[in-house]
Write a protein that binds this ligand. Structure first.
Ligand code: GDP
Length: 200
């Protein structure tokens, strides 16, 4: 369903600060600078998520209610080099906690820059998702920055490295490519979660 209506419903660090309604969450994760804020604003059709934030600020989980039906959750970007190790560890723990204990989490959209592929931290996140048995959609960002040949090569390489069933999708907020497919995949995660709830 097209994203018609988006409402920022707050930021959380602790579990008790997360929204209370029993609605599915689809989280969006990636390392700093991968294009996460740009992607969220592009999906929302307006600037709600900040682009290129000042580094080193406290990072929270940000909750956006979409069409009154599900939450898109902006997870803290990881791996910003200039941030102290201690803070990085703290975010890592929050991220890990959310991924492993949030029953409303329907799946995670994981972002990787199409030019670089998965880094060590990206692979750590994939490992966490595997452990938690979570659905994922792997999205390669900034597709406009590479030519056709490199794009297909990266898609194949990342599919192989992450053991995905199909090639990861490529998107570009510059050209608009991939938006409809991404919205479709998010809808799919939401409807699978709803079906599981009915089955319980
Ligand atoms: P975040 O740290 O993951 O939230 O990344 P941002 O959304 O702040 O984006 C980081 C940089 O990448 C910014 O300069 C964006 O303009 C740029 N960027 C994001 N998406 C795209 C894209 O699809 N194409 C191109 N060429 N640049 C992008």
């Amino acid at each position: 369903m097209e994203i018609r209506d988006v409402d920022f419903r707050g930021a959380a660090l602790k579990k008790s600060q997360r929204p209370r309604e029993w609605l599915p969450h689809v989280a969006v994760a990636g390392r700093s600078n991968v294009g996460k804020s740009s992607l969220l604003n592009w999906l929302f059709g307006r600037s709600l998520a900040r682009v290129a934030k000042a580094p080193g600020k406290t990072r929270t989980l940000n909750f956006y209610l979409v069409n009154g039906a599900y939450y898109l959750v902006d997870l803290p970007g990881y791996g910003y080099a200039k941030v102290a190790k201690k803070l990085q560890a703290e975010w890592g723990r929050e991220l890990e906690r959310y991924i492993s204990d949030e029953e409303r989490l329907a799946g995670v959209v994981t972002l990787m820059d199409i030019r670089h592929g998965p880094t060590g931290l990206d692979l750590d996140l994939q490992g966490l998702l595997d452990e938690a048995g979570l659905e994922r959609v792997v999205v390669l960002t900034k597709a406009d920055k590479v030519g056709r040949g490199q794009r297909v090569r990266m898609q194949n390489e990342i599919q192989h490295r992450l053991g995905l069933e199909s090639r990861p999708m490529a998107i570009s907020v510059r050209t608009g490519e991939g938006r409809r497919e991404l919205v479709r995949q998010i809808d799919e995660l939401v409807s699978q979660w709803c079906h599981r709830q009915l089955g319980d």
